[in-house]
Design a protein around this ligand. Structure first.
Ligand SMILES: Cc1cc2nc3c(=O)[nH]c(=O)nc-3n(C[C@H](O)[C@H](O)[C@H](O)COP(=O)(O)OP(=O)(O)OC[C@H]3O[C@@H](n4cnc5c(N)ncnc54)[C@H](O)[C@@H]3O)c2cc1C
Length: 474
């Protein structure tokens, strides 16, 4: 082991003596990696290929003790510190240049208590890990729509998916968490213990410490349910979206229908002549009785002339992974997002205009539908505050080659600017890119000052700053 040059939180470079590095290494059950070591590149790689950062040290944590050791080391040397769960966050804050990366992705255990309907989840678990273990008992809680996403980052920002209209945001189903705070303590956060911390981690991101265990309540779901896709031509998108917004107003909470505008992927149920053309797809899922579900989704089939339909009863786990092939890691991605309470005619026109000029085949615009149970808690019940949001719009710029960066980024930004007048001004913190620090307050919403106070209490030196950062002094 040799001395390591490493960056501090305020950007200075310091030398950490070899003995201190050796000491950390020997205290860990997992590996301590330096550039060039086997596994280093895997640890530093995140979902969005636009992010290519090289930490000076990687602590691959195998358990809570490793997290405590890594946090103590970071605090002692005042290091720039990044925390990686599933590595999916678009902004890429899960990895830093020249600092310490605390990599939790090896801690993937999910333990289910089917009697109490509780899941205890380690912070490296993916949504696929979670669904695998919970669905074995016909149980689930609302999480996102791509099985390789990490449960940790998703939960800490709020979290929503197909089940949210019925069971709320992911944070509404979090019953407790274990958190290693900047001072090295392991705290239990729940309604009864450290309630201020519990409030803050339900939407305030990774600002307050490292969560080493999440405890979720679970609901009976599936294990098979009605789900699938109904596809129309983009030429019918304006009228389809107008019918959709009226349909949504009367929609039961067991049904969720999301909208995607993009170029048709070569899906086997679409005729070959449709592949690559501009389409609008309605992705739907009904978590209750399948026959009831068929009745409830029937209007969607009349939003226009169906180009292709693939709807049926299938395992919930399969539906939870259905979009994985379109969301593989390693592509370049740039997102823009905001929330809507309704889809005005103007908002629809702008969306269809930009969806008809997609700059690269994998770019898409989607409206994720929430509402129902997500709107019932008071805005200050959790740090996630956007309880008025019904649609979460995401302009999903996605492409393969750096040569396409500027046209795809400009397309995403232009659409965002033109649609902003019809949106709420609020934004889901987990969809912010790394150039949107001006939107952080809007993302945290009215609870921002309370989050600052909580940050001052639990992380006064801002050790955990590689996130959508709440500055303790702000
Ligand atoms: C393809 C794709 C699909 C998505 N779909 C959805 C969706 O359907 N619904 C939805 O709600 N979101 C969705 N998201 C957004 C997702 O919620 C965020 O990207 C989330 O941050 C991912 O969590 P992660 O653990 O994988 O991320 P990471 O990048 O590992 O972590 C994100 C941040 O969280 C913090 N963090 C991570 N782990 C911990 C921890 N244990 N303790 C403290 N802080 C921690 C760190 O600050 C880190 O920078 C999607 C993202 C992608 C890329």
């Amino acid at each position: 082991m040799k001395d390591v040059r490493i960056t501090t939180g305020n950007g200075d470079a310091v030398t950490v003596p070899a003995a201190a590095v050796e000491n950390l290494k020997s205290s860990l059950r997992g590996a301590l990696l330096l550039p060039g070591d086997e596994g280093y590149d895997k640890s530093r790689t995140v979902w969005n290929a636009m992010i290519d950062r090289r930490p000076a040290l990687v602590a691959e944590c195998a358990g809570v003790a490793d997290v405590c050791s890594a946090v103590a080391f970071a605090r002692e040397h005042k290091l720039l510190t990044a925390v990686k769960g599933g590595g999916h966050n678009i902004a890429g804050n899960a990895v830093c240049d020249d600092g310490l990366l605390i990599d939790l992705s090896g801690m993937r255990a999910v333990m289910v208590d089917p009697i109490a309907r509780r899941a205890h989840v380690e912070p490296g678990a993916t949504l696929g890990d979670f669904d695998c273990e919970t669905q074995a008992f016909g149980l689930a809680t609302p999480v996102g729509i791509n099985s390789t996403t990490g449960i940790a980052g998703l939960t800490l920002g709020g979290g929503f998916g197909w089940l949210s209209r019925k069971y709320g945001m992911t944070v509404d189903n979090l019953t407790a968490a274990d958190v290693v705070t900047a001072d090295g303590r392991l705290l239990r956060a729940s309604d009864k213990e450290n309630a201020d911390l519990f409030w803050a981690i339900r939407g305030g991101g990774g600002n307050f410490g490292i969560v080493t265990r999440f405890e979720f309540k679970l609901h009976p779901v599936g294990p098979e349910l009605l789900s699938g896709l109904i596809v129309f031509s983009m030429k019918e998108a304006v009228s389809a979206l107008k019918k959709y917004r009226e349909y949504v107003k009367k929609l039961g909470e067991e049904t969720s229908v999301w909208t995607v505008l993009r170029k048709a992927p070569p899906l086997p149920f679409l005729p070959p002549q449709v592949h690559g053309t501009d389409i609008i797809a309605f992705a739907l899922c009904h978590s209750g009785n399948a026959e009831e579900g068929r009745k409830e989704i029937e209007p969607v089939r009349h939003f226009g002339t169906v180009l292709g339909e693939h709807v049926g009863v299938q395992p919930f786990r399969a539906w939870q992974a259905a979009f994985d092939p379109l969301l593989t890691p390693g592509a370049r991605n740039y997102w823009k997002s905001h929330n809507f309470v309704d889809l005005s005619g103007e908002a629809i026109n702008v969306a269809v205009k930009y969806a008809s000029t997609i700059p690269s085949p994998q770019c898409e615009i989607f409206f994720g539908l929430i509402g129902g149970a997500t709107t019932r808690p008071a805005p200050d019940a959790t740090a996630y505050s956007h309880r008025n949001a019904i649609y979460v719009l995401n302009v999903h710029g996605r492409w393969e080659s750096a040569s396409e960066d500027s046209k795809c980024i400009e397309w995403s930004r232009a659409f965002f600017r033109e649609s902003a007048p019809y949106a709420t001004g609020g934004v889901y913190v987990n969809f912010l890119t790394d150039d949107e620090s001006d939107r952080i307050k809007a993302a945290y919403g009215p609870g921002y000052e309370r989050l600052v106070a909580t940050k001052k209490k639990y992380d006064p030196e801002n050790l955990f700053r590689m996130n959508q950062n709440i500055r303790p002094g702000a």
